[in-house]
Design a protein around this ligand. Structure first.
Ligand code: CUA
Length: 312
């Protein structure tokens, strides 16, 4: 039966996945058995009691034994499923006290992760394998929903409130996290990578933020940030108009702002726009960009500046 499970459900990335899949498959098989049984019985009775000239149905009242059987057995099955389900639910609802806590903030349209030591990242969540992780989530604007299919984790994120969840990743590698609650124009672009690392790699990432940047030119590194940090959701690099101004051909030129003044697009302006996006809003655009204050490392800001510069 494993082939059916692996075709219907995503890979199992957490300790819960097996429990959740087991009850899911049990209910699925129960439904298949009941469906086939009911349809076969219906077909048989339709044939068995078909119209035959001269045959009449004898008077029917009821059959107590049969009625008790078809009432009691389904009730017992439902009670069994309830206890199976509530048992799993309680396990997922109450986490171990020593779980590593990660704060998730959702905003239109990116994910921000914050670790116990203050390390922050955008659209990229690192966690060590076989360690319980407790996520505490909130939103800065509208409803979002953090959905990681491989972890069987899905929970709404509500502005002005915290929702939580915990899980234990068991498979090293990259998993997809996505937003499962329609949250506006950029909803379908609201993805994050969930990277389950070995404990050594995780410790290294916490300490340095990784050294991948060293193996790229600043422009390349900027392009990678553009794709990963959610810039691509609102800024085009080919001149087309999106939710924010395009990045193509803007470097070194003055740009008109919505307060009637204009500003030269240089390192300082670009940096300020990342940290205080509402300080100088380009004419004709809404002030909808979230701040990246504390979310970008110096090498990433440098990369983005170099990337914009290269888009002439
Ligand atoms: Cu955030 Cu949809």
């Amino acid at each position: 039966m494993e082939w059916l499970r692996s075709h219907l459900l995503p890979p199992q990335g957490s300790a819960f996945a097996k429990d959740i899949d087991a009850i899911y498959m049990a209910i699925l098989w129960l439904s298949i058995v009941l469906f086939v049984g009911i349809v076969l019985a219906m077909a048989y009775f339709a044939w068995r009691y078909r119209y035959v000239a001269g045959r009449s149905t004898p008077h029917q009242t009821h059959n107590t034994r049969l009625e008790i059987i078809w009432t009691v057995i389904p009730i017992l099955i439902c009670i069994g499923l309830f206890f199976w389900g509530i048992n799993g639910y309680m396990k997922f609802a109450v986490g171990p006290g020593d779980a590593m806590e990660v704060q998730i903030t959702a905003k239109k349209w990116l994910w921000q992760f914050e670790y116990p030591d203050g390390t922050r990242s955008v659209n990229e969540m690192h966690i060590p394998v076989n360690t319980s992780v407790h996520v505490v989530m909130t939103s800065e604007d509208v409803l979002h929903d953090f959905f990681v299919p491989d972890m069987r984790m899905k929970r709404d994120i509500i502005p002005g409130r915290y929702t939580e969840y915990w899980f234990t990743p068991t498979v090293v590698g990259e998993h997809v996290a996505t937003c499962a609650e329609y949250c506006g124009k950029g909803h379908s672009d609201m993805h994050a990578k969930l990277l389950v690392d070995t404990p050594e790699k995780f410790a290294d990432w916490m300490a340095t933020g990784g050294d991948e940047w060293k193996s790229h030119s600043p422009e390349e590194w900027g392009h990678i940030q553009y794709d990963q940090k959610g810039c691509a959701t609102c800024h085009s690099i080919d001149g087309t108009r999106s939710k924010g101004p395009t990045w193509k051909g803007i470097w070194g030129k003055p740009v008109k702002l919505n307060n009637g003044t204009s500003v030269l697009v240089d390192e300082n302006y670009v940096r300020e726009s990342m940290m205080q996006p509402n300080a100088k809003v380009v004419d004709g655009f809404e002030a909808i960009m979230p701040t990246f204050q504390g979310l970008l490392r110096e090498n990433e800001i440098r990369g983005l500046v170099a990337f914009i510069k290269s888009l002439q």
